[in-house]
Structures are given as structure tokens and as C-alpha cells.
Design a protein around this ligand. Sequence first.
Ligand code: NAP
Length: 280
Amino acid sequence: MSDSAAMASVFRSGLLDGQVALVTGGGTGIGFGIAELLAELGAHVVIASRKPAHLEAALAALTSRGHKASAVSLDVRDPERVTAVVREIATQYGRIDLLVNNAAGNFYAPSATLSPNAWRSVVEIDLFGTFYCSQAVYPIMAAQGGGRIVSTSMTLHYRGWPMMAHATAAKAGVDALTRTLSVEWAPQRIRVNAIAPGPIPTEGVRKAFMPPADSGIPDRFAAAEDRMAEYARTGIPLGRWGAPRDIANMVAFLASPAGDWITGAIFVVDGGEWLAKATT
Ligand code: NAP
């Protein structure tokens, strides 16, 4: 059972019945956790990303539990493809109630030698992709009388984060976009918010805690688990790592009628991690 499936839903069943949600990067990690909860609550969820293996496995997991879900191949860096996919979804399912901009790329790299391609790639996925997808759903949401956009940000740009110039710059842009679009599109009743997750041990994050292959440590996986447990004790005030469901719960809240008067907000969901860092 996944971490997220282990955390029972606090929302009433059928809460999102009739809604259509598009989750970019919905095949893995946090995105899959979001897709899973939205589908459990009755939404038809469309997951979109590049790799067929991610999409196929996630779709099989969702549909095998009887959820309404579909998958579409999409690189969010390609604005024409984004527009075409969004139009196809609206034609096929009649509407798009929720867009979750979750797709992202990230890796540690020294800024002094970060290649133009590496810089461009992360900024294009995280920031341009968020803008392209938001712009593409705008006419559909405006025509249907409203909708919700939730983007996945981070907290690392609040203070800056060495070796992550590309991702921190991109996510700072996502925050700015969230605030700007929320005001610009409020007359169309499109609520635009973001969530800044703290550490959620998806594959990339686990790797960051893994000792290097030449470290001589016999069981690098066990060592990574130890380091992570230590970090939960010392670096996260609430004493545990996050789970995809922690983030999914906030998305479901924002997609529900409880999110009706919320726009332009950036919700930090991190067990207190960034504030604790800010004070040490
Ligand atoms: P992840 O598992 O690596 O998810 C990233 C997803 O984005 C993948 O499903 C990937 O699918 C998709 N993607 C990458 N490039 C894409 C592209 N060009 N077009 C479409 N989809 C693309 O990472 P995660 O940890 O769940 O992160 C999810 C979100 O949370 C990200 O926005 C991340 O910045 C944010 N976040 C995570 C943490 C954390 O601790 N995990 C903390 C703060 C913020 P394909 O490879 O199939 O394209």
C-alpha cells in the first residue's frame, strides 16, 4: 500500500462527483497521490506526462480500483501540444474543473557550471509549463463559469537553496504567476492557488539522501533510510516526512466548495520545515 493510500480520506465520498481534473505529472510521486485522492472523491482524473511507463502504471492502478481516469502523453514545454490536449479533454469530457500544475524537473547542480540546456529545461517545465497549461484551460473555465488552478511550488526559494538556481527561480515565478493570475482571472471565477510542499520522499528526494556509489558504505539504501529518519527527527518540527496525501488533501480542499473564496494563496504544507530552517 502506498503512503498516500495508507492515510484514510477525511473528505466525504462523492465530494468531487462530476468534476473533471487534469493533473500534470500525475503518474508518479506527489502528482499520483493527488490524482488518486481526486479520483477517490469522484472526479474523472486525466493524468498527463511524457513517459508511457509512468502513465500506464498509474492508470492501471487507478482504473483497477474502479476510478474514472484516463491518461494522455504530454510535454508541458510544448504550448501547441498543451492547447491541443486541453481542447481534447474538454471535448471528450465536456469541461475542466481543476488543473493541477504538478509536473517539474529538478536536480542538484552548481550554478557556476549549470549548462544553458539544464537551466532552460527546468525553467521551461516548472514555469513555462505552468503558464502554458493555465493559459490553455482559461477559455474553457471562463466559458463554463469558473474553475480552479492549483500549482505545486516549493519553499526552497524563500531563503535560496544552493545548487538549485534553476528550480528556485522557476518556482518563485510560479508563485508570482499564481498571485497575478488569481486577480486577473477572478472575474471569470477562476481560483488560482499554489501549494508549497515540504520534503516528500519521492524517488529523486531519496536519491539525494543516498551516499555516493564510491562511498564504501555496504548498504547505501539502508544508510539513506537512516539519514532520512535522522532528518525527520532534527529537521522537521512535526517529526515526520510528508506523504503525497498530505499535499493531495490540500488540493482536494481547494477543489471542494470550501475553496470557493480562496484565490491567490500559497499554502505551505511542510510539517514546519522551512520556518524551522529560517530560525536556525
Ligand atoms: P516526480 O515524481 O519526479 O514528479 C515529476 C513529474 O513531472 C513526473 O510524473 C514526470 O513524468 C512529470 N514531468 C517531468 N517533466 C515533464 C514534462 N516536460 N512534461 C510533462 N510532465 C513532466 O517528483 P515529485 O517529488 O512528485 O514532485 C512533484 C511536484 O512537487 C513538483 O512540482 C516538485 O517541484 C514539487 N515538490 C516536491 C517536493 C518533494 O519533496 N518531493 C518538495 C517540494 C516541491 P514524466 O517523466 O512521465 O514526464
